[in-house]
Design a protein around this ligand. Structure first.
Ligand code: DC
Length: 217
């Protein structure tokens, strides 16, 4: 399968920005799978559900309708695009994403969305679990320092953190999340031999995208 391009990697490696740019250049659709986990976290928070209560999480997911409308993401008609980017929702999304029931529910949603046409799909398990049959798989990475700087800038610019939050705080948060995302039992973040590894630390967006386009089958 060549029509689906998967991009996996840890947070702050540049996946979203690069996936969007690549999709635009190729005329493909773009799917940010992390947003789906963030939606589940938002919903759990909104409904005051304990993130460790898998049964309740599953029940909530039964009645959830997630729709993408241009660049907006809606949950049962409510626009949550901005709210799901809050750092506490990011942390909570990493927790709920470790639950098998959550992953099972989101699996079919991701397959359906991906199979609607040519698509660039980014996340933690898109090349290993969601579209293992893809022939165009990438793994993006960057140093902790660089990932922290990017995340810090992004959160500062969107007003999601206050002046007291330091770069060191952000890097600590990234390390905790990396550890949880890579060591969970169910679909952990994993780099496999069939993925092209790209270290984005010292590359510009254009350089990364050019490298990826050059490697496409
Ligand atoms: O990429 P992100 O920061 O928006 O992802 C939020 C969380 O969702 C991340 O910490 C782990 C989880 N996630 C996942 O488990 N599998 C994916 N394919 C994408 C995200």
């Amino acid at each position: 399968m060549k029509n689906i391009i998967t991009i996996d990697g840890p947070s702050g490696a540049g996946k979203s920005t690069i996936a969007k740019l690549l999709a635009k250049k190729l005329g493909y659709k773009y799917l940010d799978t992390g947003a789906l986990y963030r939606v589940v976290a938002w919903k759990a928070d909104d409904a005051h559900i304990d993130p460790d209560n898998e049964e309740e999480l599953d029940r909530v997911l039964e009645n959830i309708k997630i729709t993408f409308d241009d660049n907006r993401i809606l949950v049962n008609g409510i626009d949550v695009t901005s709210q799901i980017r809050n750092p506490d929702i990011g942390e909570l999304s990493s927790k709920v994403s470790a639950k098998p029931a959550v992953r099972a529910r989101l699996f079919s949603i991701q397959r359906e969305l991906g199979l609607q046409g040519k698509a660039v799909i980014e996340g933690r398990d898109t090349g290993t679990v969601i579209f293992p049959e893809s022939e165009n798989k990438f793994f993006l990475d960057a140093s902790f320092e660089q990932r922290g700087k990017r995340r810090h800038k992004e959160l500062k610019e969107s007003g999601k953190i206050d002046d007291k939050t330091t770069l060191e705080d952000i890097i600590e948060g990234i390390k905790t999340r990396d550890n949880r995302d890579s060591t969970r039992q169910n679909a952990p973040l994993k780099r496999t031999d069939d993925m092209l590894y790209v270290d984005t630390t010292d590359l510009t967006l254009e350089e990364v995208v050019a490298k990826m386009i050059g490697a496409l089958k």
